[in-house]
Design a binder for this molecule. Structure first.
Ligand code: BES
Ligand code: ZN
Length: 973
């Protein structure tokens, strides 16, 4: 089946079409007749497999005129609801032939008519429908009546991504309210490499290039695979049939029921089959999945579960599927118990895809993953890789209930889907990997991480009204995920675990196979809180609306009156920096704040701050010795910062220095993060915050270190090109060296996973802050590895990143070339990712320039999915920062082509480049950049604005704090 000449391609193409036509009764012959008539567009669609969209003949006719605009001038992108789909029969044949990548499809949709109409409006994009094949007939006891489609009745509204089918006005045919119809048609599409819709992915097996077809529908790309009603609340059942070569396997959401041979006896076209899958449960289009691949299958042991569970991967990555096959069924069973609802499908498949835009996708019963998010190599992957696989698997499995069984009504409530899965992933992960102490890690990985974004004026509320696919794509961001997870965790804490879980189960059961908005969840929880007599100051909705409808979060200021054991509390929005914009914002930034406090971590007191107490102080009596500290926000369950009067800060500092374990691990992390960020925002003097960091000399727990290092990483990134950097490095070395000496370079057998992660951090900081011992050990191990490249025992996977980074930074071209060669030779995606990011540690500008060029070169060996990361990594290098900025300005047009508007690649690059900008000139250039490129920024506008805000903050930080930090350093060292 080699494709050698153009002529052959054409005949092959015809052969495929013949094949397609000969499927007998399955698919109407019309499409074939149409293709063979040599019409211009289907021919183009079939021969162009290089990513260009099929050029559907666009007519901006009737469909467009009908579209109303809302008040804000947004086009109404929602489908009319005159007809609703109840069942799809989708038959697809992805043609995996070089030079002929295409999709031959047939869809038949059962419709329920809600309102009399003469047209059917559904979604389709980059698809060409054979107009002659379009049929509408009425269902009934007798053979249904066929309705006439107007001769010019097929319109594409490419802007709206609509396909409009009009019935013939001459026949006065109409769809009648209450009646049921079937709409069917044949179509062709391209099997592009754009990582969306039904697309192709490639990999090499024994040096031979292989192709697979795979789908990614969320949020709005099912319409690129088959014409459909592509909105989350238009649920229907799906019966899928996939065509494949005999050497391939086809997979879909449901299990295979039988396979039939394609009835063709054309030369060179033998050996094709149709795989027929069981009808699905009612579900949204964005969860549909199709795969044709020749992967190996690893069957997991499911104990006495009622479902099967399989992992699929490239044959040569088979041994990397073991870990996922162990944890997958355990987590799925955990969620069955947690939600009190059995997993409703007979099977679950999880598959690692070589080219994948997101991290993973929760398609019901067929979850797709990027290789780094599913595969784990016992010998070559690190603890962080294991953690990543565990986290992603748990996240996608949580979606099987929260998202798949009950789905958001519209994308405005996306945060509910993603925020909940981002919360529940910690519960599932904790169940299978308790050693990683997930519930502690929550605060640094999500809560503190998202606070840094949500403290900017350009943040946005969790709940955002969205219309257009670009806007929808933009909200898959840290706010929806991290803040969503954080406020759900806070909610679970103030309701209590029992009430939260029972309310959740009630909510899921009452809406299963349907849709919901956030208020539905709040209702269910309020009801359960009443049943369980949970004391709440007001309804769950009133409380939660303050967190979902307003952006940002509060800082609560605690002022003690030491003589009479009382405390006065007040809240205001925490902003890194205030500009004029926020003084014009009329929102009342007050929240319902669930407050907790302790003086000994034995007993915990609680109270609420109300959203209506403008300016009013809240008084509280805490009977405690005046020489005893009080700590608020116990275990940082609440989404807010705490500031104290200076005496209380001082007492906390003393406690940390003398016996830090009197304060909980999470609160130590909270104290590091709050104090350094309060200082950054000008609400606490740097002296207090930096003095607190000195206790770290005694700290040996992972989470407080993680918090401290990321907040101090900010100071480091601000100062890395200033004269004060030498002293700052000295401070870092002083606090990190005791830890470095304690954990050492070598992993102990059987140690805690978090200890291994702590070592990774300690070694990384020690080396980058110039610890001599660290640098020489790293350089030596790398040299040994270069002398013995196949020996995997020289460097632990947990230190490979730091060792490679250090050796490349200290070294020259040979070290870099070696890493590149190992990257090319590796069969383990997570190892590749580590090598690629370490390669950007070089301090040779020309090497960095080479990396930037490679990111866009399709023949460089860097996958499209990783290109954005390469550019971001170079930008994180303080030498590469400006080079990357120049690069994106110069190569803007190419970049836009490589990264489709979906997925946040462009946003990520812009953020990475600008995150440490801190000079007037850099800020000016960034603003200019936004103005020049405003047209092409669609989907990254918000990220650009956030970057500008951040650069302004940075500039201010330099003006207000740089000297203070230097003064402190000079005093101490
Ligand atoms: N539903 C998303 C996948 C997705 C992301 C689709 C963006 C469309 C656009 C999936 O559940 C998800 O959130 N995946 C995460 C990983 C997760 C562990 C946070 C991802 O892809 O990064
Ligand atoms: Zn998700």
């Amino acid at each position: 089946m080699k494709t050698t000449s153009g002529g052959y391609v054409v005949s092959k193409c015809r052969a495929l079409l013949l094949l397609f036509a000969f499927i007998g009764s399955l698919i109407a012959v019309g499409v074939l007749v149409y293709f063979l008539a040599d019409r211009p567009y289907p021919a183009a669609a079939l021969t162009n497999g290089n990513g260009a969209a099929a050029s559907a003949s666009s007519s901006s006719g009737s469909g467009k005129k009908d579209q109303p605009h809302d008040m804000a001038g947004n086009k109404n992108v929602r489908l009319p609801r005159a007809v609703l789909p109840s069942r799809y029969d989708v038959r697809l044949f992805p043609v995996l032939e070089k030079g002929n990548f295409s999709i031959l499809g047939h869809v038949s949709i059962d419709l329920q008519c809600q309102m009399e109409t003469d047209r059917i409006v559904l979604h389709s994009a980059d698809i060409v429908v054979d107009p002659k094949s379009v049929k509408v007939f009425e269902q009934g006891n007798k053979p249904g009546k066929t309705l006439m489609v107007a001769s010019d009745g097929i319109h594409y509204d490419t802007d709206m991504e609509f396909l409009v089918i009009r019935l013939c006005p001459k026949h006065k045919d109409k769809l009648a309210k209450g009646a049921n119809y079937t709409l069917s048609m044949n179509y062709v599409g391209n099997l592009t490499d754009q990582l969306r819709g039904l697309y192709r992915s490639t990999y090499k097996e024994d040096g031979v290039e292989k192709y697979i077809a795979v789908s990614q529908m969320e949020p709005t790309d099912a319409r690129r695979a088959f014409p459909c009603f592509d909105e989350p609340n238009m649920k229907a059942t799906f019966t899928v049939t996939l065509g494949r070569h005999r050497d391939m396997t086809a997979l879909s959401n449901m299990p295979l029921i039988n396979t039939t041979q394609m009835q063709v006896t054309l030369e060179g076209m033998e050996g094709f089959y149709w795989d027929h899958f069981a009808p699905s449960v009612p579900m949204s289009t964005y969860l549909v999945a199709f795969i044709v691949a020749n992967f190996t299958q690893v069957e997991a042991d499911v104990g006495n579960a009622t479902w099967k569970f399989n992992i699929y991967a490239r044959p040569s990555a088979r041994n990397q599927a073991q870990y996922a096959s162990e944890i997958g069924p355990k987590i799925q069973a955990f969620f069955e118990d947690y939600f009190q609802i059995p997993f409703p499908l007979p099977k679950q498949d999880m598959i690692a895809i070589p080219d994948f835009a997101a991290g993973a996708m929760e398609n019901w019963g067929l979850i797709t993953y990027r290789e780094t998010a599913l595969l784990y190599d016992e010998k070559k992957s690190s603890v962080s890789n294991k953690e990543r696989v565990c986290e992603v698997v748990a996240h996608e499995l949580a979606h099987q209930w929260f998202g798949n069984l009950v789905t958001m009504d519209w994308w405005t409530d996306l945060w509910l889907n993603e925020g909940f899965a981002s919360y529940a992933e910690y519960l599932g992960s904790q169940h299978v990997e308790p050693g990683l102490k997930w519930l502690q890690q929550f605060v640094t990985r999500d809560l503190q991480d998202v606070m840094s974004l949500d403290a900017l004026e350009s943040s946005h509320p969790i709940s955002v009204v969205v219309h257009h696919p670009n806007e929808i794509n933009e909200i898959f961001d840290r706010i929806s995920y991290g803040k969503g997870a954080t406020i759900i965790r806070m909610l679970a804490a103030f309701l209590g675990e029992k009430t939260f879980r029972q309310g959740l189960t009630n909510y899921l059961k009452s809406r299963q196979y349907g849709n919901a908005v956030q208020d539905d969840l709040w209702d269910a929880l309020t009801k359960q809180a009443k049943v369980n007599k949970v004391p709440l100051p007001t309804g769950v909705k009133q409380i939660m609306d303050t967190w979902t409808l307003k952006m940002g979060f509060p800082v609560v200021t605690v002022t003690r009156e030491y003589e009479n054991s009382s405390v006065s509390l007040s809240q205001e929005r925490f902003l890194m920096q205030r500009s004029n914009a926020s003084s014009q914002d009329k929102t009342v930034y007050l929240w319902w704040v669930p407050l907790t406090y302790t003086t000994d971590f034995q007993t915990v007191g609680s109270t609420w701050l109300a959203d209506g107490q403008t300016g009013k102080k809240h008084e509280l009596s805490i009977p405690v010795d005046k020489n005893q500290w009080v700590i608020f926000n116990v275990d940082q369950m609440g989404y807010y910062r705490i500031n104290y009067d200076s005496k209380n800060w001082q007492m906390i500092g003393q406690q940390l220095m003398t016996n830090h374990s009197a304060i909980s691990v999470i609160n130590r992390a909270q104290i590091m993060d709050d104090s350094l960020n309060l200082a950054e925002a000008g609400l606490l003097d740097y002296e207090t915050a930096l003095n607190l960091t000195r206790y770290l000399e005694h700290e040996t727990d992972y989470v407080p270190w993680d918090a401290a290092l990321s907040s101090m990483g900010y100071i480091s990134s601000m100062m890395s090109r200033t004269s004060g950097y030498g002293l700052l490095k000295k401070h870092f070395r002083t606090i990190i060296t005791p830890l470095y000496n304690l954990v050492g370079f070598d992993q102990k057998v059987g140690e805690d996973l978090l200890m291994t992660k702590l070592r990774t951090n300690a070694v990384s900081w020690a080396c980058s802050m110039g610890n001599k011992d660290c640098i020489s050990r790293a350089v030596n191990s790398y040299a040994q590895w270069m002398a013995d490249p196949e020996n995997i025992d020289i460097i632990s996977p947990n230190l490979k990143g730091t060792v490679t980074c250090t050796a490349i930074r200290e070294g020259d071209e040979v070290e870099w070339e070696f890493a590149l060669n190992r990257y090319m030779a590796s069969n383990v995606a997570s190892e590749q990712a580590v090598l690629l990011s370490s390669m950007s540690c070089s301090e040779k500008p020309w090497i960095l320039a080479k990396m930037l060029e490679m990111s866009l070169d399709p023949n460089s060996g860097i996958r499209k999915q990783d290109a954005a990361r390469v550019i971001s990594q170079v930008a994180y290098n303080s030498l590469g920062r400006y080079m990357s900025f120049n690069f994106i300005r110069d190569k803007w047009t190419e970049l836009r082509k490589v990264f489709p508007s979906t997925f946040s690649s462009m946003s990520g690059i812009i953020k990475a480049v600008a995150t440490s900008f801190n000079t007037e000139l850099e800020l000016k250039e960034l603003i200019q950049f936004r103005e020049e490129k405003s047209e092409g920024l669609s989907g990254a506008e918000r990220a650009t604005q956030q970057s500008i805000d951040r650069a302004k903050n940075n500039l201010n930080w330099m003006r207000q704090n740089y000297q203070k930090v230097v003064d402190w350093l000079q005093r101490v060292y």
